[in-house]
Design a protein around this ligand. Structure first.
Ligand code: FES
Length: 110
């Protein structure tokens, strides 16, 4: 059985969007933000989800447990701007049932 999870995304203007995210499309959070057009085209997902641009950086705002940062994500975040302890690369977080209730904010464009 597949189902959608609800994710709250604060865009770069500070507007909160509550969106439904499909768990059965092998989709990641960067693609979700693009699909809902929550960031202007060309300002997110620049590397296509390869953990090489940080345009998909977001801050995790609540206690939903996510998979650990992988090595590529860690390396990119060590070079990116505006990185905080709760920074993640949206393209490295795949949408699963575990993400139900996740709240994130998009990092500023750098
Ligand atoms: S889309 Fe480039 S690092 Fe995520």
């Amino acid at each position: 059985m597949t189902q959608d999870v609800t994710i709250k995304i604060t865009d770069r203007e500070g507007i909160i969007h509550e969106v439904l995210a499909p768990t059965d499309m092998n989709m990641n959070v960067m693609e979700l933000v693009s699909a809902y057009e929550l960031a202007p085209e060309g300002t997110i997902g620049i590397c296509g989800g390869m953990a090489m641009c940080a345009s998909c950086q977001c801050y995790v705002l609540n206690q939903v447990t996510l998979p650990e940062r992988n090595d590529d994500e860690e390396a990119m975040l060590s070079e990116a701007f505006n990185v905080k302890d709760n920074s993640r690369l949206g393209c490295q977080i795949y949408i699963t049932n575990a993400l139900e209730g996740l709240e994130i904010a998009l990092a500023p464009e750098s």
